[in-house]
Ligand binder design. Structure first.
Ligand code: ADP
Ligand code: MG
Length: 700
């Protein structure tokens, strides 16, 4: 008996070869996979056109009639099959250049056909090249509707006659099996009633072959809701389980370090947002359960201070803390600012990176395990096995999107309880995405910049405006400011990019000659020591210009730098542009971001530039970014599994996502561990869905 788990090869018309190409091209292994290959749009196939009425403006026509004659004509390259197709109003040529022998054998003269294709004008007459053609059987006519599904396909599928039409035939065959027992309900009665959802089996039927616009709408709503709801339920349940079971160290003491720092060393007043987030963190850390909190805050919002003060709480409670940064430069910078801010306090801060020397490293590790180091700052090196703490209680991960979940887990393994974890990200992500990606974390938002910051002015220049830009840079330098000039570095074309960078550097040297001007250059091919040296020259003000690739993207802080010039800005994504812009505007001076692009811009690039010029709001930018790129690209591949949505769209289905999330919340509020009888359908679904996800046969 056919079931959802049945391999697709059991379907009529799917032999080993088609099964193979379906696996490879669509990841389709089972009937379920095929059923969830949803149409991406629908076509109206209820209307038939008359041959006499065809005109050029028609993108597609559907005709009903008979073939009068079939003939293979032409030589070599132009050899083709021509069929004369007739309806009551006239005659039109159907033409096949490929597979014409096979078509010639298959097609029958004087038999009713339905033909669908794009009319093209050739030598004053219309023809249809490679039309879709089907016998006008009762079954076929019944499947014609105002909502004929269109499926995405690939060249290799098409070569096996699995174009949209071929796939539609498979789905039509499948739709006959669809029944409540074939596609059992997976949501609870309560949820279905409350949100007035179409039954699941019905939705599957209607999504492929909708009876009406209303049916289609309901089917879509049902399937999207289901998808979003289950993701949310899973995430929120994970959070609840953590709350219930995962014990954490209790930091209930606000001790001398925190107090002393707060009273005597804090270089500025905290913003209200910083205070609020600190309070949230303190509550978490005193609760007896492990904290996993995400702090989102735009570039420059002062996340580091929040992290530092939280670390002091850990220290006051006799624990060690560590801060992990995604790049060596950033780790060094954190180390420099934090040691400075803590100077005068009895706190030992150490730095561990990939380039720490062996001897120093050994000593450091010894001090760490003996508890002589209180705060360890570093890169990925921190998660290595050899790095052992005496009592690690608190972990800060800066710029989280570069760390995978697995890496986070490694840090957890370093203590009796998992340490409290604070994840900081400066890449604001749209709310919908955050709910999905970080739905299992608690989140805080620093939605306020320190006072006195002037909004960065952003302008966009085409290449032709370069002279003016250079003039402006000179002016700013004469005012004592410093300038970044950033070049794109995109991995695939690395060589060329370095050439561009070098070329750009050479041009700048000509335009800004020594000794009046000094230029630093930093890129990924420099050794860590050279990078450090060049950075230091810029930080100390010996150089006025810093030419760099995106290595400076994350976190670098030079308050005197007030101009950010981004070369070939059209080659950067929005979030990257926003990150780069965040490198300036850190001091009291008016700062500028100059986007330089080629003279011709596509619509997407244009929108990116316009967005950057219009707003400084990272969240607004992230929304545009999501619409332009879709969720997968924004987050990189690491988390793409979470976002593997088949039908819902995080950029568009915002309301439905919110509904689904509150529905899941309501259920867990009443029944945190899903123990009630009425929720057992949901438990089953979560359990089986989990298994479906780890289908190892699909890997490799
Ligand atoms: P980000 O959130 O991007 O990591 P940082 O923590 O690097 O931002 O802070 C940016 C700059 O703002 C730093 O120079 C920091 O010292 C400063 N800063 C942070 N909080 C405040 C505040 N409350 N008032 C004034 N300056 C602040
Ligand atoms: Mg930062």
């Amino acid at each position: 008996m056919m079931q959802l788990d049945t391999p697709i090869a059991y379907l009529k018309g799917i032999g080993p070869q088609r099964a193979d190409v379906l696996k490879k091209e669509l990841n389709c292994f089972t009937i379920r996979d095929l059923l969830t290959h949803f149409p991406f749009r629908y076509e109206d196939r209820t209307q038939y056109h008359l041959i006499r009425q065809i005109d050029e403006a028609m993108p597609y026509v559907q005709l009903r009639g008979r073939i009068d004659s079939l003939e293979i004509v032409g030589e070599k390259n132009t050899r083709r099959l021509v069929g004369l197709f007739r309806d009551n109003s006239g005659v039109i040529e159907l033409v096949w250049f490929q597979g014409y022998k096979w078509m010639a054998e298959k097609l029958k003269i004087q038999t009713d056909y339905v033909v669908y294709g794009k009319p093209t004008l050739f030598k004053g007459r219309f023809n249809l090249a490679h039309p879709e053609i089907n016998l006008a059987t009762d079954d076929y006519l019944k499947s014609a509707s105002a909502f004929q599904p269109v499926y995405s396909s690939t060249e290799r599928l098409k070569a096996r006659s699995l174009d949209s039409e071929g796939l539609r035939k498979l789905q039509w065959q499948l739709s006959a099996f669809i029944s409540p027992s074939f596609i059992p309900e997976n949501l609870s009665v309560e949820v279905i009633d409350e949100h007035q959802l179409m039954p699941r089996y019905e939705a599957f039927k209607q999504i492929h072959f909708p009876e009406s616009a209303l049916h289609l709408q309901k089917a879509e709503r049902r399937l999207k809701f289901e998808e979003l709801f289950l993701v949310q339920l899973r995430l929120l349940r994970a959070n609840k389980v953590r709350t219930h079971s995962s014990q954490g160290y209790v930091f209930n003491r606000v001790g001398p370090l925190f107090t002393d720092f707060f009273n005597h060393h804090l270089p500025f007043q905290l913003t209200n947002a910083q205070k609020r987030v600190l309070k949230e963190i303190r509550l978490d850390m005193g609760s007896g359960r492990q904290m996993s909190r995400l702090v989102q805050g735009d570039v420059g919002s002062g996340k580091t201070m929040v992290a530092l003060m939280s670390m002091l709480l850990a220290l006051d409670n006799q624990f060690q803390a560590c801060l992990m940064a995604p790049t060596e430069i950033l780790a060094q910078q954190h180390y420099a600012t934090i040691t400075e801010q803590l100077s005068g306090l009895p706190i030992h801060v150490a730095l561990l990176t990939g380039s720490s020397k062996t001897k120093a490293r050994r000593l450091l590790l010894k001090n760490l395990v003996e508890g002589n180091i209180h705060i360890l700052i570093g890169t990925h090196a921190l998660i290595e096995e050899v790095v052992q703490f005496q009592r690690l209680g608190f972990v800060v991960i800066d710029e989280q999107h570069r760390f995978g979940v697995a890496q986070r887990a490694k840090l957890h393994a370093k203590g009796i309880y998992p340490p409290h974890t604070l994840i900081m990200t400066a890449t604001p992500i749209p709310r919908t995405l955050a709910m999905t990606l970080y739905g299992d974390l608690d989140t805080s938002v620093i939605d306020e910049l320190p006072p006195g910051r002037k909004p960065i002015k952003t302008v966009h220049y085409f290449e032709s405006g370069r002279l003016r830009v250079n003039g402006f840079i000179k002016e700013q330098i004469s005012l004592g400011r410093q300038v970044y000039v950033v070049f794109p570095l995109i991995q695939e074309s690395e060589k060329m990019d370095y050439q561009n960078l070098q070329q750009g550097y050479d041009n700048l040297v000509l335009e800004f000659p020594p000794p009046q001007y000094q230029i630093s250059i930093v890129h990924g091919k420099l050794s860590a020591a050279d990078k450090e040296l060049e950075m230091q020259r810029f930080i100390s003000g010996q150089t006025q210009l810093m030419v760099a690739t995106t290595v400076i993207e994350v976190g670098v802080n030079v308050p005197n730098a007030s101009v950010m010039v981004i070369e070939s800005a059209e080659r950067f994504g929005l979030s990257q542009l926003h990150q780069l812009r965040g490198r300036v505007g850190r001091g009291a001076d008016q700062s500028y971001c100059i986007l330089l692009t080629g003279n011709k811009l596509g619509p997407d690039s244009r929108l990116r530039m316009e967005t950057m010029v219009r707003t400084n709001d990272g969240f607004e930018i992230s929304e545009v970014d999501l619409k332009l790129r879709g969720p997968g690209d924004i987050t990189g591949t690491q988390q793409s599994g979470v976002l593997d949505l088949k039908i819902a769209n995080l950029a568009k289905d915002v309301q439905l996502l919110q509904l689904a999330r509150s529905a899941a919340q309501a259920i867990l509020e009443e029944d945190p561990l899903l123990e009630l009888e009425k929720n057992q359908t949901l438990v089953n679904t979560l359990n089986t869905n989990g298994r479906e996800k780890t289908n190892w046969s699909k890997i490799g």
